[in-house]
Design a protein around this ligand. Structure first.
Ligand code: GAR
Length: 185
C-alpha cells in the first residue's frame, strides 16, 4: 500500500479528514509531523492511532539541521507523497532537494490570488465574490507551485466571514483526500 506523511502546525482538521477517508484503504498515513508543541493535530493523531513526530525549529541550530532531522524520519517511512495540511513553515531547500515533486499543499484561496499565511482573511478584506481552495505542488516560492486542482464557490450576499471559512473547510475536507487518492493511483 502507498504511504503518505502529513505535515501540520495547528488544528489538523484536514489531517483528520485525510485519515478518515483514506487510511488503511487508499493509502497508509504513516506519520504526522508537527512543528508546534501541543498543537491539536497531535491529539487528533493520538485518537486516530497515527504515529507522530514533533520537531521544534528553535531546538536546532538552523533550518537545514531541522529539515535534515525530519528527512531522517521520512527516509525510514519512504513516503510516496508528503502532504502539507496547515503546515505554516516554508519548505526549505534541504527538504525540497530530497522530495521536490512529491510534496503537495492545500491553500484556502484561489491561487495565484492571496498566497501566504492569511489567504482567507486577505480575500475577505479584498471583498471577493468568489472564494475557493487550491491544491498545488510545493516549490521554493510561497504558494507558487504548479496547480493540481481548485474548487470555488460564490459568496451569498449576506454571508458572514465565519460562514465563508466554514465553507472553505468543508471543501478542503472533500477535495484534499480526493486529490491525494488520485495522485496515488
Ligand atoms: C487550512 O484551511 C489550510 O488551507 C490552511 O490552514 C488551514 C489548516 O486547517 N493553510 C494555509 O493557509 C497555508 N498557507 P486545519 O489545521 O484545520 O487542517
Amino acid at each position: 500500500m502507498k504511504k503518505i506523511v502529513v505535515l501540520a502546525s495547528g488544528s489538523g482538521s484536514n489531517f483528520e479528514a485525510i485519515v478518515k477517508k483514506l487510511h488503511g484503504d487508499s493509502c497508509e498515513v504513516a506519520l504526522l509531523v508537527c512543528d508546534q508543541p501541543g498543537a491539536y493535530c497531535l491529539k487528533r493523531a493520538e485518537t486516530l492511532g497515527i504515529k507522530t513526530l514533533q520537531l521544534t525549529l528553535k531546538d536546532f541550530d538552523s533550518k537545514v539541521r531541522y529539515e535534515l532531522e525530519m528527512i531522517k524520519h521520512l527516509k525510514a517511512v519512504n513516503p510516496d507523497l508528503i502532504v502539507l495540511a496547515g503546515y505554516m513553515k516554508l519548505i526549505g531547500e534541504t527538504l525540497l532537494a530530497e522530495y521536490e515533486g512529491k510534496i503537495i499543499n492545500i491553500h484556502p484561496a484561489l491561487l495565484p490570488a492571496f498566497p501566504g499565511r492569511n489567504g482567507v482573511e486577505d480575500a475577505l478584506t479584498y471583498g471577493v465574490k468568489v472564494m475557493g481552495v487550491t491544491v498545488h505542488y510545493v516549490d521554493a516560492g510561497i504558494d507558487t507551485g504548479k496547480i493540481i486542482d481548485q474548487e470555488s464557490f460564490k459568496r451569498a450576499e449576506d454571508e458572514t466571514a465565519s460562514e465563508s471559512k466554514e465553507k472553505i473547510h468543508a471543501i478542503e475536507h472533500e477535495l484534499y483526500p480526493r486529490v491525494i487518492k488520485h495522485l496515488l493511483t
